[in-house]
Design a protein around this ligand. Sequence first.
Ligand SMILES: [Fe+2]
Length: 283
Amino acid sequence: MRERYDRIRVEPVTGALGAEIHGVDLAHELDNETYSEISDAFLDHLVLFFRDQKLTPEQHKDFGRRFGALHVHPLTEGMPGHPEIVEVVKEADELHNWGDGWHTDLPFLAEPPMGSILYARDVPPFSGDTHFANMYLAYETLSDTMQGLIGGLKCIFHGKVANYSRFAGMTAIENGGDFSAAHPIVRTHPVTGRRALYLQRTTGRSIEGMSAKESAAILGFLWDHAENPDFSCRFRWRANSIAMWDNRCTQHRVSADYFCSERNFPPMRRHLHRVTVEGDRPY
Ligand SMILES: [Fe+2]
């Protein structure tokens, strides 16, 4: 953990992960020292939150490029003129979001993204919070015996299951490709060297070399274990807020808490922009 920051102020959100970053305007090009402090905070806290940022799409992408080459989503259309930006939209009459189950992004790619920078353009006054969970902690709280048992296993992820066409506000690319990949269930972070659970309940339902029943027993236990609320934090969005997460050692989910008819709230539209940074093959 970095002990001292001179350019930014870092305020942890929970004991598990997450920090609010104060004192930086991301619309301007970051000097090397500020970039280095943000980068260290990112590795220490796994998800960073920024408030009151005014970014054009170009500035949003420039910030992302400080962390690596930008990734273009293979299965949903990008923003017109900005293929590297996914417009994450929940229409007012939808009661679920893109991403409302716990997941890591795009594990069915051979090289899943390193992380994403999600920027709120227009969000409701409440609801649609995003939860993040620390997969280092999920791994480290397993017994030595369980760690040994799963150490050499690989999970097979299938992109088809993601079914992006169910969301009214998003435009799925129908023939974007049939992606699948096998990755280690225990993943080593390429920068910190720490081990983390690498799971996704929706698209990763089988373990290489195991029967469906065996896979279900082991993965079912690990999914439930990883979803312990004590491993998580929760971010309440406001317009111009940013969440930036490390996709290699976290999971996230969006609250689908738009109980309009039951609680008489007005229909609420949610609109965010996501820039994603390319990653490498998990090991
Ligand atoms: Fe996601």
